[in-house]
Design a protein. Structure first.
Length: 339
């Protein structure tokens, strides 16, 4: 294979001939070396665009030891939050000149181990990973050789970079907002049977802390139970509470899907939103913005999560070998019609 030939058949030499420069100059532009003038970069880029030159990734790897690819490993690609976060990470990757390979682990511990264990195959230059089941000590023991940044609440080894929001503080902020609107019987939807995620526990903790700080007693009946994470599970959970005579005037939901389930269950029961019951979702996904009524939601700064994760990963890929850095990014409460 000729190192200067792209997958489309256009050679590096062809670009150099058209631009009237050396192959070395074209290579410097392709690999984004900083010591190239803007005028020269524009001249070479115009030739690249005119010929449709695409660098040969295999040749690039042989020449630089880099693939130009990043792995993004998330539990579920069709979950609203992860779909939107993935888009932001993809945009950050493009800004840094990388492409993204998406892996779906489906909360399977063996799949999560493989995300770290199998990275020595040299397919990607770095990994951004949101684990659900694999724990902190196991990640530390596996000691991935490929640069790694973790997202979420599940695992936080001290030697690994990690980015998250403060879920407990965010839940407190949400409950405080509801209390400020005069709500006093605030339900939590929901704890889930067999839940392995740390996020639910942190959000429940923040919910409880806010109620106690406000002098509102805790009522175990207001912590609703669900058999699963699905929409129908959420509808059944809130409908069962209503049928059992549990009185509440607001609901803090663990995610926007459960908030949509709350809206449906309240509609079935003839409860008005927000007049009778206020509903606050979590994640501020598209479903919140386009629901009827429009859903208030706890909003993690997904752009900031993506930017922070990629900045840390880029440092690692450029050779940083220090201790793990742990960053907390901002959140806000977006109020819409349901509160």
């Amino acid at each position: 294979m000729t190192l200067g030939r792209s997958a489309g058949g256009v050679r590096l030499q062809d670009v150099a001939d058209l631009a009237g420069v050396s192959m070395k100059t074209v290579s410097n532009v392709v690999h984004d070396y900083e010591h190239v003038s803007e005028a020269m970069r524009d001249k070479v880029q115009a030739a690249i665009d005119a010929l449709g030159y695409r660098p040969n990734l295999t040749a690039r790897r042989l020449a630089t030891g880099k693939t130009g690819m990043i792995a993004l490993a998330i539990p579920e690609i069709d979950q609203f939050y992860f779909a939107e976060l993935g888009r932001h990470i993809g945009e950050e990757a493009a800004r840094y000149g990388y492409r993204i390979l998406v892996e779906q682990t489906l909360n399977d511990v063996e799949a999560e181990r493989a995300v770290i264990r199998d990275r020595d195959e040299g397919l990607v230059d770095g990994v951004i990973f949101q684990p659900a089941r694999i724990d902190t000590l196991e990640i530390a023991r596996l000691r991935p050789g490929t640069p790694l940044v973790l997202l979420g609440e599940a695992a936080r080894p001290v030697n690994t970079d990690h980015v998250m929001i403060d879920n407990t503080r965010a839940a407190r902020d949400g409950v405080e907002m509801l209390l400020g609107r005069g709500r006093r019987r605030i339900a939590f939807l929901a704890t889930v049977h067999g839940d392995i995620t740390e996020s639910t526990h942190l959000r429940l903790l923040g919910y409880q802390e806010a109620l106690l700080a406000a002098g509102v007693g805790l009522d175990a009946h207001l912590v609703l139970q669900s058999e699963g994470f699905g929409f129908e599970d959420g509808v059944r959970a809130i409908s069962s509470a209503i049928a059992a005579g549990v009185e509440f005037d607001a609901v803090l939901c663990r995610d926007d899907l459960f908030a949509m389930a709350a809206l449906r269950g309240l509609e079935i029961a003839g409860r008005r939103v927000p007049e009778d019951v206020a509903v606050l979702g979590w994640d501020d996904t598209a479903v919140a913005r386009y629901s009827t009524p429009a859903l208030s939601s706890v909003s993690p700064d997904k752009q900031a999560l993506a930017s922070a994760a990629f900045a840390l990963l880029e440092d690692r890929m450029q050779g940083y070998d220090g201790s793990g850095r742990h960053e907390i990014v901002a959140h806000s409460i977006i109020e819409r019609a349901t509160t």
